[in-house]
Design a protein around this ligand. Structure first.
Ligand SMILES: [Zn+2]
Length: 450
């Protein structure tokens, strides 16, 4: 209503002004440069009015664009965002395809359109990795670390970087931080386990293993084996630190988890001989020889009595050890060696023959040569055995399953390739046949045998 009255009043005013102007028509003369414009006041008034209306309209349009629902800024930022997302998606495809140049190009484009976004940082870091630009990758991971929403992702990148660079300590401290951020994340616990093993931190490895293997997995063969080795290593540490009773109880634990694990059986026998009762030791020897008969165990059992004569050892081995596993190859080998050392030729020959079977190993043939030399002074027969031994199957050794390194003693970590628990007791694949080496071996064997 008020609006209608206002419009009506305005029309009346304009009409009065028009009538008034037609009663007093005036001239307007405008001179500018070389131009002269002459017109009536009515025309100028109308022109000013039209101009004012146009300016008002334009201003309203501008305000509408800026604040109204269309928004010029939104239109532009939406386009920028789309371009950025396109760059990120093309960049990720390039990374998956291993195209380093394209990945870098898209990372730059993403940075231009979507700077500072988590995905942009990730793309930039991955592109840097693909281009082997370690410094740039670390910078991007550091930037990710400084943001709460990407800290975990940045940590993962930095952990992998540290592992690649061989900085195990740094990788482990970063993994600990990741574990604080998101406790129980599978890959973090796995890294903590692997890195603790590399650092020979057996306590850390054990706790990570316990967290890693829950429920069914905890009873799996691999976990049981890892626990055996780790407990055994803890026992060795206790021995080194002269914590005698800890050492014995850890060795017993390791032996209990896996009775067939020879190093733990050996250590258990050694420490029980030092600390335990004779009755306990006697029982333990029988039990270990049943479950883990081995060259190293025979040696450990022999050493439980110091200064023992060879003939006494032969009798003890025959009467108290062998009956627990009478037909095993290692039993015959133990008895053959003990008999040889105590010059008991008959039993020595018998056990060597039984240990060798149809396909005696090189060391059995060499012991037969020694027997011929010592018992019969038969150099010709000895030489026959030595020649045979050069082409016979090799004897088992501790061999690294990862790199093939051969060792006399078992190691938790391979001295050559640092693999964890990679040694198994087996025979090596025979190398190329080399007659010169074999001839040299024959000469050496005969000269030491005689
Ligand atoms: Zn190795």
């Amino acid at each position: 209503m008020i609006r209608t009255i206002f419009v009506f009043a305005l029309i009346v005013l304009i009409a009065i002004a028009a009538v008034w102007l037609s009663d007093y028509p005036g001239d307007v003369r405008l001179t500018w440069g070389g131009y002269v414009v002459e017109t009536s006041v009515v025309v100028v008034g109308a022109a000013v009015l039209v101009f004012a209306v146009l300016v008002a309209l334009f201003y309203r349009f501008w305000v509408w664009l800026k604040h109204g629902p269309g928004r010029i800024g939104a239109v532009f930022s939406e386009r920028r965002r789309n371009k950025g997302l396109e760059a990120i998606s093309s960049g990720m495809v390039a990374i998956a395809a291993g195209d380093a140049v394209e990945a870098r190009r898209q990372a730059v484009a993403a940075e231009k359109h979507l700077s500072g976004e988590p995905m942009t940082l990730l793309l930039a870091a991955q592109a840097a990795e693909l281009n082997d630009d370690n410094r740039a990758a670390s910078i991007y991971y550091d930037r990710m670390m400084s943001r709460q929403d990407t800290e975990f992702l940045g940590l993962r990148g930095l952990i992998n970087r540290a592992i690649k660079e061989g900085d195990v300590e740094k990788a482990r401290s970063l993994a600990k931080r990741a574990d604080e951020l998101r406790p129980g994340t599978d890959w973090v616990t796995k890294e903590l386990y692997e890195l603790s093993l590399k650092l020979r931190d057996w306590e850390g490895a054990e706790s990570a293993l316990t967290r890693l293997a829950r429920g069914k997995a905890a009873k799996g063969e691999a976990v049981r084996r890892a626990r055996t080795v780790i407990t055994y290593q803890q026992a060795l540490t206790a021995v080194k630190e002269k914590r005698e009773s800890d050492a014995l109880s850890l060795a017993q634990q390791a032996h209990e988890i896996d009775p067939s694990f020879v190093p733990a059986a050996v250590l258990d026998v050694k420490l029980t001989a030092e600390q335990g009762s004779t009755r306990k030791l006697h029982k333990l020897i029988g039990e270990t020889w049943k479950n883990a008969p081995h060259r190293d165990l025979a040696e450990a059992i022999r050493n439980t009595v110091s200064g023992e004569q060879p003939s006494d050892w032969f009798r003890r081995a025959k009467e108290t050890v062998a009956p627990h596993n009478p037909d095993h190859v290692e039993t015959h080998l133990m008895l053959a060696k003990a008999a040889l050392a105590s010059n008991d030729w008959g039993p020595a020959r018998e056990h060597l023959m039984r240990a060798g079977g149809d396909n005696p190993s090189a060391s059995i043939l060499r012991m037969l040569a020694e027997l011929e030399e010592k018992a019969n002074a038969d150099a010709f027969a000895a030489r026959e055995w030595i020649v045979k031994s050069s082409v016979a199957p090799q004897d088992p050794l501790w061999i690294c399953n990862a790199c093939g390194r051969q060792e006399e003693k078992w190691h938790a970590h391979c001295p050559a390739c640092d693999s964890f628990d990679s040694f198994s007791w087996r025979t090596a694949d025979r190398g190329p046949h080399n007659p010169d080496v074999i001839e040299a071996e024959i000469v050496r064997e005969i000269s030491t045998g005689s």
